[in-house]
Write a protein that binds this ligand. Sequence first.
Ligand SMILES: CC(C)(COP(=O)(O)OP(=O)(O)OC[C@H]1O[C@@H](n2cnc3c(N)ncnc32)[C@H](O)[C@@H]1OP(=O)(O)O)[C@@H](O)C(=O)NCCC(=O)NCCS
Length: 412
Amino acid sequence: MTTLEFRTIPEAHADRALDLHYLVFHDDAEEERRKAHRDILLHCDRIGAYDGDELVGLLGAHPLRLSVPGGELPCAGVTFVSVAPTHRRRGVLSGMIRELWRRCAAAEQPLAALWVSEAAIYGRFGFDPATRSYTIEIDSSRPLALRIEPDDRPLRLVPPQDAPAVIGALHEEHRARRAGRVGRDDFWWRTHILREKRDENEDLSPPRVVTIGGGRNGEPPAGYVLYRTLGSDDDNGTPGVVYVEELEADSPATAAALWRYVASIDLTDKVRAWGRPVDDPLLHFAADRDQVRVVQEFGALWLRLVDVPAALRARAWAAPADLVLDLTDAGVPANAGRYRLTVAHSGATISLTDDAPDLSLDVRELAACYLGGTELRHLVAAGLVTEHTPGAASALDAALRTRELPHTADEF
Ligand SMILES: CC(C)(COP(=O)(O)OP(=O)(O)OC[C@H]1O[C@@H](n2cnc3c(N)ncnc32)[C@H](O)[C@@H]1OP(=O)(O)O)[C@@H](O)C(=O)NCCC(=O)NCCS
C-alpha cells in the first residue's frame, strides 16, 4: 500500500512533470515545443501527487478570468492532467481534484473549468459542458453564397505580433457579450492564440490575422478573422484548407465579409471552422446550406461551480425568480444544502432554508445551466433534475437565459 502526498510541484521539478505528461499522452516534444510547454506549466498553479520522491500525478491550473453573464469570475483553468500508468485507478486524480477544491477556496476562485480528452472522466467531479460548439465546413470551391450584402470596407492583414494591440479590445468587448470566454493577457495571446505552430497539426501555417473597418487613429476594427492554412497535396489530391480559429464581427454584414474573404483564398477549396458558437449567424445568412455545413457538435468548456452561492450571486439574471433548490454535491460538501434563490432587478440573494424544494439537482447539472447554455427543463425531461413544483424549471430557465449563447474559443 503506497501513501500519496499531494503538494505543489516546485519549479525544479518542471521537467519531471513534463516527462510524466509526455509519457501519459504518448508524446515526445522537441526542444522548442518543450520550452513552450514549460513556460505554460510554470505559469500554472501545479498540484503534484508524490509516491515517496516519485512524481506520479500532475494537475496544472491556470489563474483565469472567465466571463459569466454580466461580469467575470476567477476560475481555475485545469490542464496537464496526467497520472503515471503505474499508478492509474488508485485515487491519484481524485486526490489532486480534492486538493484543487481546497486551493480554489483559499484563492477565492468560485469556478473551475477544463477541456476533456475523454468525456467519461470529469462528470463524477461535478463538471459538465457549459458551452457547446459546432465545427462548420464551407465548400469554397465556388463563391460563398450569401443572403445578405457583405460589408465592403477594405481588409487589412495584421502581423501576428501586433494582433493583441489591434484586435484585443474587440475580443474583450465580445467576451463581455458571450459568457464562457477567457480573459487574455499578453502571455495568453502569445502562448495559446498566436503560437507559430499548433501542437495538433504542425503542418499548418503560422496564424494570419485580417481585420475589417477601423484602423485609423487607433480606432478598433469592426471585425477580424484569425486563421491558418494548409496547402493542397497534389500527390493524394487533397485541396488546400483554411482553418478558421476565430471570427468576431460587430454586425452581420461585417461577419459576412470576413466569411466571404476566407472562402475566396486562392489555392484552397475548403474552410474548416472549429469551435463556432451554436448560434453563429453564418448558419442563417449562408444562402446554400449544402455549401455551409455543421459537421460536428461537441461539449466545449466543462465547468464546475466550486462555490455555488458566490457563483450565483455574481451573475446577471434575465428574469425575476423565487425558488428553493435542493442541491447535492459529493465533491464539495459545503455546497450541498437547500437554498432559496430570489432574483430581483437588483440581483440575486441566496440563503439556506428549510422550505420545501421546487427543484432537486446535483451541482453538475447546475454547472451545465449556469452560463445559460443548457435548459433545466431538458434535464428534467432527461430524469437528471427533479421538478417538485410544475413550471419551476422553466422559471429558472427564464432567469438564467442569455441573449447570446455562451461560447468558448480558447482551448487550454
Ligand atoms: C484519466 C486519468 C487522469 C485518471 O486518473 P486516476 O488516478 O486513474 O483516477 P482515479 O483513480 O482518481 O479515479 C477516479 C474515478 O474516475 C474513474 N476514471 C478514471 N479514469 C477514467 C476514464 N478514463 N474513463 C472513465 N472513468 C475513469 C475511476 O474509475 C474512478 O471511479 P470510481 O471513483 O467510481 O472508482 C489517468 O488515467 C490518466 O492520466 N490518463 C491519461 C491522460 C488523460 O486522459 N488525462 C485527462 C486529460 S483531460
